[in-house]
Design a protein around this ligand. Structure first.
Ligand code: CA
Length: 485
């Protein structure tokens, strides 16, 4: 018996936090077309990235490996395009493959996209309006630069639909739609300029978090509303005569409205793709995914940006519609990771998963069954110590269903794009049951030493499992803390 192989439409945006999607209960916007995917399929409520930043998360998604294995640890370490990826495997297995939009894994002969029949991507971060794009030269040597007129989200969608229209209908396809939006600097399409004008977008509950109990290096990061640039981020002059609190509130409104306006164009784009599948009778046979390379702080804890291991940044939205397997309108709270996506897609496509892949297929979860040995914890590592933009410290940690232990080892370790000097290591502990908003670091509470010991063991187990090394000085600090028990 031959089983019909599914098509794939994988839509990934850049920095779109789940709490700005109405299917996830957003208090600040409506995303009717993203909600169509959730309504017709499964919403994952515990999808996490293993390193909350663009380039590394994209490499983890494509390869199914952690960043110390694929070598893409920071924004400045570009992916070697000889690495094994799921699009390559699908292409070899007869799939038609394409990627349009943001690549952000490097350019040139060693980094341009490979494994795709067709690609047209933005250079680096790319531009929102009238962007240039790169596509392979006809002679197969290097890329050409193409000048485009229009809005980036629309152009990526146009290219995607044009490719779908000209595909071979007798072979399955895997289309990757990689939006630049809603990445900083949040420039909306002209048609959305006035959206939310006159509205007062609610501030998140943790907007005035005072960070009182956090590690010193966390208190020093530059992600506050006051760190937004009035010209490029807020596109306005700060009004005279505001108090400090009033200015922070004014900045939040400027920031969040543009963020939500660019998401409105993504939602329209997804609507066009879903309509195309409906119009061509392909909705039942196509795996549609909406996700983002990581989460984002939407004023949560007073911040914007990502990189940190806190929930808003760690969590990725992940919506899957595949009527042949996935029940409509379902949710899943089991933990899945960005490294799990490649093996999942390969299994759905009936393609062998390479031995090097570290993630695990979550096809059973899609089918409504949780394996008895499903993962109950996850390993995280952000390498880009004191990155030039936000001064985020290098850290690693473990998240379970109930707790999070974070070790700020605070050391650049010679990683490209990381900067010195090293700072003294610090640790944080959060009780996700008692304090889901992660407002109170309780590492200093002696009553928690038992749970710290347990989590430390789990962290070591995960590091051993994925083949990463503990940081000696940071572990020494934790040893001292535990010795006080
Ligand atoms: Ca990103």
């Amino acid at each position: 018996m031959s089983v019909r192989r599914p098509n794939f439409v994988f839509v990934m945006s850049d920095d779109h936090a789940a709490h700005a999607i109405s299917a996830y209960g957003s208090r600040i916007n409506e995303t009717p077309n993203l909600d169509r995917i959730a309504d017709g399929g499964m919403r994952f409520d515990a999808c996490f990235c293993t390193n909350s930043i663009c380039t590394p998360s994209r490499a983890a998604l494509l390869t199914g490996t952690y960043n110390h294995v694929n070598g893409v640890t920071t924004l400045d370490t570009h992916m070697d395009n000889r690495l094994d990826t799921y699009p390559k495997r699908m292409q070899s297995a007869g799939y038609q493959t394409a990627v349009f939009g943001k690549w952000h894994l490097g350019h040139g002969p060693e980094h341009d996209p490979t494994g795709f029949d067709r690609w047209r991507v933005l250079p680096g971060q790319g531009h929102y309006h009238n962007p240039v794009m790169l596509e392979p030269r006809a002679d197969g040597r290097g890329h050409d630069v193409v000048e485009r007129a229009g809005y980036v989200t629309d152009l990526i969608t146009d290219d995607s639909i044009e490719w779908l229209d000209q595909r071979d209908p007798d072979r399955p396809f895997a289309l990757m739609v990689h939006h630049k939006a809603p990445h900083r600097t949040w420039e909306p399409a002209r048609r959305h300029f006035a959206m939310y004008d006159g509205d007062d977008i609610p501030e998140p509950d943790t907007f005035w978090d005072d960070h009182d109990t956090r590690a010193d290096v966390v208190k020093a990061i530059r992600m506050s509303m006051m760190d937004l640039d009035p010209v490029v981020d807020l596109k306005a002059t700060v009004p005279d005569g505001l108090t400090d609190d009033e200015e922070i509130r004014w900045r939040y409104q400027r920031y969040i409205k543009d963020y939500l306006r660019v998401i409105a164009a993504i939602d329209e784009s997804v609507g066009r793709l879903l309509d195309w599948l409906d119009d061509h009778g392909l909705a039942d046979d196509t795996v549609v995914v909406y996700t983002s390379d990581q989460g984002f702080f939407l004023g949560d804890h007073g911040w914007f940006d990502k990189r940190m291991m806190y929930e808003e940044s760690l969590a990725m939205p992940f919506l899957v519609r595949y009527p042949a397997m996935v029940d409509a309108g379902t949710t899943c709270d089991e933990m899945i990771l960005n490294v799990d996506v490649a093996p999942t897609f390969l299994e759905l496509a009936g393609v062998d998963v390479p031995d090097e892949v570290q993630g695990r297929s979550f096809v059973p979860l899609l089918a409504g069954e949780t394996p008895a040995d499903w993962q109950q914890s996850m390993y995280y590592r952000y390498w880009m110590h004191r990155d030039g933009a936000h001064d985020v410290p290098a850290h690693y940690g473990v998240r379970t269903k109930t707790h999070k232990l974070i070790g700020y080892y605070n050391d650049p370790l010679g990683q490209e794009g990381a900067r010195g000097p090293a700072d003294p290591p610090e640790w944080e502990l959060y009780d996700l049951v008692a304090d889901p908003a992660e407002l109170h670091n309780v590492i200093g509470d002696r009553a928690n030493l038992g749970i710290v010991r347990e989590l430390r063991g789990e962290l070591r187990r995960l590091q051993d499992e994925v083949g990463d090394d503990p940081h000696t000085a940071a572990e020494g600090v934790l040893d001292s803390l535990l010795a006080a028990e």
